[in-house]
Design a protein around this ligand. Structure first.
Ligand code: AHM
Ligand code: MG
Length: 335
């Protein structure tokens, strides 16, 4: 189902008639979308563009960077630094925050991103994506420090992702529900293809990396055990499993047909954090899921209420269909 509503028009309407976003934020989102178009182009070219494979570097978390991780990071920095709407940026791929250079005007927003999520899928032609989150710079501060970024997810003013799959689709919330825009390559613009996205409250589908089962904590084990018992078990229904290993693709499926996604803390980690990053992955995805009627917790607490202690903080993630997330959260309280 296509419409004649472009992303630009949607954003103008959000600004003018709905009053949800100021002009600066509209511009910022336009620029992020433009950067995503350019990343989509590089992803599409793949081997033809010489962009596959690893670079000879590691990121701040000690992960080997792929060439496309670096390209996507640079595209986002370059596109966003000169427009005058941003004060600073932070990326999963950079050690510390990136201040907008002095030669450009300074804006009042902070942009955070995972430039290319699902890195292990880059070279195998499976869906990957860009995840982004926008915060407002705290008022009254001169300059920007890392501290200014450490706001709970509920303070986001915009969040979304762009999935590079069979189609390139930008999924966005500015606090007025979730809208999806498909890239029309002939016109070069994102076109509204779904509005008011809703995640069903119940599901028969879960997503988790089962190879970590032996390391899981008891509440996670109990939940998955019960799902695996199917009709004969306490849940009285058969469950299906999907794991794409790209959070963007797993979340996109959940926004489309429901399901529950888990990347829990496990016993290998002493500090009870999971693999995923709170500020670049969990916060934006949790807000999208909540805006679509779903829920997101770390097993105990609503993710959007967590106050980050540091930029690259990791967190356990349970998100998706509301009734399943509530059940898993209850198991954490009981066991
Ligand atoms: P990345 O940001 O380095 O790509 O890592 C995050 C990704 C998520 O997209 C995905 O849910 C998860 O890592 C998959 O991890 P695993 O390979 O352990 O299943
Ligand atoms: Mg990631």
């Amino acid at each position: 189902m296509s419409s004649n509503i472009s992303l630009s028009r949607y954003l103008v309407e959000q600004q003018r008639s709905k009053g949800h976003i100021p002009a600066d934020l509209r511009l910022l989102l336009e620029v992020v979308a433009r950067a995503c178009k350019s990343i989509s182009h590089a992803v599409n070219k793949g081997a033809l563009g010489g962009v596959l494979g690893s670079a000879e570097s590691e990121n701040v978390q000690g992960e080997v960077q792929k060439k496309l991780d670096i390209i996507a990071n640079e595209v986002l920095l370059e596109a966003n630094e000169w427009g005058g709407h941003l004060a600073a940026m932070a990326s999963e791929e950079m050690d510390s925050i990136y201040l907008v250079p002095n030669r450009y005007p300074q804006g009042e927003y902070l942009l955070l991103f995972d430039p290319l999520d699902g890195s292990s899928n880059i070279d195998v032609n499976v869906s990957i994506g860009t995840i982004f989150s926008v915060l407002k710079k705290p008022e009254g501060n001169q300059g920007v420090t890392e501290q200014d970024f450490l706001q709970p997810g509920k303070q986001q003013v915009a969040a979304g992702y762009c999935i590079y799959g069979p189609q390139t689709t930008l999924v966005l919330t500015v606090g007025d529900g979730v809208a999806m825009f498909t890239l029309d390559r002939e016109q070069g613009s994102f076109v509204l293809t779904q509005e008011n996205v809703q995640v069903p409250a119940d599901t028969k589908e879960f997503a988790i990396n089962m190879s970590n089962m032996r390391h899981w904590a008891d509440p996670v084990r109990k939940y998955i055990d019960e799902c695996l018992q199917g009709k004969e078990g306490p849940r009285g229904k058969d469950f299906n499993m999907r794991w794409i290993a790209s959070m963007v693709a797993d979340v996109h499926r959940i926004l489309t047909r429901g399901g529950v996604f888990m990347y829990p803390w496990d016993k290998r980690e002493p500090h009870k954090a999971g693999k995923l990053r709170l500020m670049y992955e969990a916060n934006p995805m949790s807000w999208l899921i909540e805006q679509a009627g779903g829920a997101a917790t770390n097993g105990h607490t609503r993710i959007l209420d967590l106050k980050p202690g540091q930029l690259h903080e990791r967190v356990s993630v349970v998100l998706g269909s509301r009734n399943e997330v509530e059940r898993i959260t209850q198991y954490h309280a009981q066991i």
